[in-house]
Design a protein around this ligand. Structure first.
Ligand code: SF4
Length: 180
């Protein structure tokens, strides 16, 4: 595990390394049943070196708390470990360059369930281009594995579109069942 984190901190494999303040490998329990995968660090995450902080992170924490899960019990990471400039989507090539780190983290943690948060995460993990609204309608498996994968809306999207919170709540209840 230490080698993975060290490799992320030393990585310059793609151009995202040039402008980020801090690498954001992930945070949480390495024995977590639930692995949460977002898109990439934003402004606050880049400064703190921790994923899902700021308003989106607070909402994610409240969503987890609603199903009885503390942030410390899960592992939270992103598709890319460095902040894309101006919060743009990570390019496909950047996501591919970073993929080996995520795969190593998944192998080490061996989660029971993966929660893929938002479009960029879902499209990368499932190699799909379907809208999130379609992808959330079923439980997937991480391709090449037997690990169940649930897609849900990104908290930033929920902050902009509160009407989608009802669907996210259904996702959370299903997630709780999947973890039991
Ligand atoms: Fe390396 Fe990933 Fe950062 Fe690119 S985003 S420099 S592949 S750690």
């Amino acid at each position: 595990w230490d080698a993975i984190i060290e490799s992320i901190h030393g990585c310059t494999a793609c151009e995202l390394a040039q402008n980020c303040t801090r690498k954001v490998p992930g945070i949480g329990s390495r024995e977590a049943d639930l692995l949460i995968v977002g898109e990439g660090p934003g402004h606050d995450e880049d400064i703190r070196g921790e994923p899902f902080v700021g308003r989106s992170g607070q909402l994610l924490d409240r969503m987890l708390a609603a199903i009885g899960i503390a942030r410390e019990q899960v592992y939270i990471t992103n598709i890319v470990k460095c902040r894309p400039p101006d919060n743009r989507d990570p390019k496909q090539q950047e996501a591919q360059q970073c993929r080996a780190f995520l795969e190593a983290q998944i192998e080490q943690i061996a989660p029971k369930v993966i929660l893929s948060v938002g479009r960029v995460s879902a499209h990368n993990l499932l190699a799909s281009t379907l809208p999130v609204g379609k992808l959330i309608q079923q439980v997937h498996k991480l391709p090449g594995t037997d690990i169940p994968l649930k897609v849900t809306y990104h908290p930033a999207y929920l902050l902009r579109n509160p009407s989608a919170k009802a669907i996210a709540w259904q996702d959370l209840k299903l997630l709780r069942q999947m973890l039991q």
